[in-house]
Write a protein that binds this ligand. Structure first.
Ligand code: 6PG
Length: 470
């Protein structure tokens, strides 16, 4: 087969197929391979007008021969062992300078390990985070690159062409070496979890506290989408709330079981935050809330014991406006945690992740895209080493919104509405504005029972308390 393709792609599942069509549509010839040959053929046959820029390949050797060297091949296979298996099969077939790009939702630790192996063998390797679901992959995802910069530069023209554009700027950026791209994607997903959870909490307060019907809640979300909360997730929440179930004629929200799934990326964010000592409490709360949602039988048993918790909200006047403002405050706290985690990881792994660029790359194509990210990019550029909550523009927003968050969390607590992510965001805000906290008690306790030592406010060094021998 003649060398004709600019790039190769392995794995024609939903995301891989959409990405391959996107590449072809942007004018690049793409050689494709799927383990199951019939999938490859079916994909090529269904490519329509784009088929002339799709080269179906039935073996890895054929794939290699179809791509112009030095080659670049995108892997879109399920994260984990399938990526390792594919690399093991692919590498012996390729030339040493051929570039392998894992574009799945990899655990960044795996990416770091694979990048290390590749580096030792002199083989270029990239791990890139791709966000935006099927629609994004097909028409413009947000792309977070990681690996050797020279490798990124080789494929940047293709990746920038297929990426979403925010006011002409492609949402495809190199975030740093080895695992940086997949780490940024992981944090994206952690924020995604928290953003979704806070919206769900506010939905619950409207449903059970204000007794609003789903379509009325949809209208509220649609209105909010015209204001400072404008974002993809608010927009789709409005649509979800307004949609009718064709089978029953009921609002679809009323027939969806309240048990959320997860593939693991949000959990990785929380795990990594805990490892790195970066407070990401709203994200952790969102992951825990999904775990809790899965315990449906246990929740049913709890309701049988105590009766249902969420009661109508007292003093509902002004609650709708407070919910909107509380969501805004919660969102700022949650992004502050996400960027704080990124900055910690970047320091720890020596990546130098450009935080303003992260905010920019998330402005279009990805699931957490929102108008506010432009302001965040500006704030992070102006105060790179400061908590986002303290950057002047966001401090002003929080000054104006934390009261509403406080009222919402308090009203929720009093009426029995679980709002773990909003409550975590509020506690984070309050803790981060408190210079004299309460960990002096923890230190006293630690020293009391284990002679762990403590620092004093009035002298340098490590000290012990005058506790009686215990
Ligand atoms: C995206 C999404 C995408 C996907 C994840 C999250 O950025 O396009 O985050 O990667 O939705 O798989 O899914 P879970 O909710 O199942 O963890």
């Amino acid at each position: 087969m003649a060398e004709q393709a600019e790039i190769g792609l392995i794995g024609l599942g939903t995301m891989g197929a959409a990405l391959a069509l996107n590449i072809a549509e942007k004018g690049f010839t793409v050689a494709v391979f799927n383990r199951t040959t019939s999938v490859t053929d079916k994909f090529a046959a269904g490519a329509g007008a784009l088929a002339e820029r799709v080269v179906p390949c039935h073996s890895l050797e054929a794939l290699r021969d179809a791509i112009r060297p030095p080659r670049a091949i995108i892997l879109m296979v399920p994260a984990g062992a399938p990526v390792d298996d594919m690399i093991e099969k692919l590498r012996p077939v390729l030339d040493v300078q051929d570039l392998v790009i894992d574009a799945g939702n990899a655990d960044f630790h795996d990416t770091m390990r694979r990048a290390e192996v590749a580096r030792a063998a002199g083989q270029p390797y990239l791990g890139i985070g791709v966000s935006g679901g099927e629609e994004g992959a097909r028409h413009g995802p947000s792309i977070m690159g990681g690996g050797e910069k020279a490798g990124w530069e080789r494929v940047a023209p293709v990746l920038e062409a297929i990426a979403a554009k925010y006011e002409e700027t492609p949402c495809a950026t190199w975030m740093g070496p080895d695992g940086a791209g997949h780490f940024v994607k992981t944090v994206h997903n952690g924020i995604e979890y928290a953003d979704m959870q806070m919206i769900a909490e506010v939905y619950g307060m409207m449903r059970d506290g204000l007794r609003l019907a789903p379509d009325a809640i949809g209208d509220v979300f649609a209105r909010w989408n015209e204001g400072p909360l404008a974002s993809y997730l608010i927009e789709i929440s409005a649509e979800v709330a307004r949609t009718t179930d064709p089978k029953t004629g009921k609002p679809v929200l009323d027939v969806i079981l309240d048990r959320a799934g997860q593939k693991g990326t949000g959990r990785w964010t929380a795990i990594e935050a805990l490892h790195l000592g970066a407070p990401a409490t709203a994200i952790e709360a969102a992951v825990a809330a999904r775990n809790l949602s899965a315990r449906l039988d246990e929740r049913k048993a709890g309701e049988a014991v105590f009766g249902p918790a969420p009661a109508p909200l007292a003093g509902a006047d002004g609650m709708e406006a407070d919910l909107e403002t509380a969501l805004l405050a919660g969102k700022i706290a949650c992004y502050a945690q996400g960027f704080g985690l990124l900055s910690e990881a970047s320091r720890n792994f020596g990546w130098k992740v450009p935080l303003p660029e992260v905010a920019k790359v998330w402005r279009a194509g990805c699931i957490i895209r929102s108008d506010m990210l432009s302001d965040m990019a500006e704030a992070l550029a102006g105060s790179p080493d400061t908590n986002l909550m303290f950057a002047p523009a966001f401090a002003a927003k929080l000054e104006a919104s934390h009261g509403a968050l406080r009222r919402v969390v308090a009203a929720a607590a009093l009426a029995g509405h679980p709002v773990p992510a909003l409550a975590a965001a509020l506690a984070y805000f309050d803790a981060m504005r408190t210079a004299r906290g309460t960990a002096n008690m923890i230190q006293g306790q630690r020293d009391f029972f284990g002679r762990h030592g403590f620092e004093r406010i009035d002298a340098e060094g490590a000290f012990h308390g005058p506790w009686a021998e215990n």
